[in-house]
Design a protein around this ligand. Structure first.
Ligand code: SF4
Ligand code: SF4
Length: 343
């Protein structure tokens, strides 16, 4: 029994693509293990499932419909091109009038250097195009490049190869469909026009690319190694406990890319006598420690309390400081508020 391996390969590629996307938003080195052991976030499984399914459906069934109706690239491409751009061109000057091979060839086409551009008719003989339709049949987006460059052309060059095969078989020079500048098509020559790379549009694109590259390099160099995010939790701004102390709850998130960072300490400034604890701790302290144990991303509920009678009246500015106990270095500071009962 013959096994059709095509869908298996397609689905495998779709899974790899989806995994690559999901890994971008997770800790890539540990992500595969977390996925296999079920420790990855539920969103990662959903993202991989949805992306695998859509990638496979698009690649296996929608195919060129994606290029024609969904991909925004052809719209950009049309705006990026100019008269000197290297595109797939049908050399109309030598191809027309198209006709079956049994029709006689236009006499001037036997001179390869001919630049003769006289109007010809079927009576005077056919052009080099024998209207075999191979260029149309091989085109993944189903367009006829002989009608001129179209938005659906993805520049794959399959029509170029197909037509070159045909030209070789009928003993005509290759290049009836070729990568060329549109200007060359107008000139009508068997030789390709020289391409000028230095043009206003190419200079502009080079400048834009250089600007984008510079922005990326500067962004990466300035990127923080530790990101700390602390926000007051939704709901009531404070809780007054039975012993008279006042507590505010915060959501605490830390992400870092320092392999040597094993532990951080957190304390609050601007709130005399305040104690801190994470949700699962029984008692608070002036400074709390958080073990990272290899985790690059931690989130927890941070509870800050003031002793009885020492809560501010209304809103007070505080600063929460995250430090590395091994070096004493401050890793992050977040300015936020602490709320107490108005007096
Ligand atoms: S493959 Fe070449 S010869 Fe055949 S139809 Fe297309 S352009 Fe004409
Ligand atoms: S280059 Fe590719 S997409 Fe464009 S017309 Fe030729 S076969 Fe079609």
């Amino acid at each position: 029994m013959e096994i059709n391996t095509k869908p298996v390969v397609q689905i495998a590629l779709a899974i790899i693509t989806a995994f690559g996307f999901a890994a971008f938003f997770n800790n890539a080195p540990t992500f595969p293990f977390a996925l296999v052991t079920g420790a990855a976030p539920i969103g990662a499984y959903i993202a991989i499932g949805v992306l695998t399914l859509t990638t496979w459906l698009f690649a296996a069934y929608a195919k060129e419909r994606v290029c024609l109706h969904m991909c925004p690239w052809p719209r950009f491409q049309a705006a990026l091109l100019d008269r000197e751009s290297l595109v797939v061109t049908y050399q109309k000057w030598r191809g027309e009038p198209r006709g079956k091979k049994r029709a006689e060839l236009r006499p001037e086409l036997n001179n390869f250097d001919a630049l003769i551009r006289e109007a010809t008719s079927l009576d005077a003989g056919r052009g080099d195009c024998i209207d075999c339709q191979r260029c149309v049949n091989v085109c993944p987006t189903g367009i006829d490049i002989r009608d001129g460059l179209q938005m659906g052309c993805i520049g794959c060059g399959l029509c170029v190869d197909a037509c070159d095969d045909v030209m070789t078989k009928i003993d005509r020079p290759i290049g009836l469909i070729r990568f060329d500048v549109e200007g060359s098509e107008r000139a009508g020559s068997f030789k390709r026009a020289p391409v000028s790379f230095v043009r206003p549009k190419t200079l502009l694109y080079a400048l834009l690319c250089l600007g984008a590259l510079t922005a990326i390099i500067v962004g990466v160099l300035r990127m923080e190694s530790v990101l700390v995010d602390i926000d007051p939790q939704r709901g009531q701004p404070f809780v007054q406990l039975s012993d008279g102390s006042v507590r505010n709850d915060f959501s605490f998130r830390l992400a870092h890319r320092l392999p040597e960072l094993k532990e951080v300490t957190i304390h609050a400034e601007g709130l005399p006598g305040a104690t801190l604890r994470f949700a699962d701790a029984e008692t608070g302290h002036e400074q709390v420690a958080l073990l990272l144990a290899g985790d690059r991303r931690v989130s927890d509920r941070l509870l800050i309390s003031t002793p009885p009678g020492q809560a501010p009246s209304g809103r007070a500015n505080i600063r929460i400081v995250v430090s590395d106990p091994a070096t004493g270095k401050t890793l992050g500071e977040v300015d936020t508020y602490f709320w107490g009962p108005a007096r």
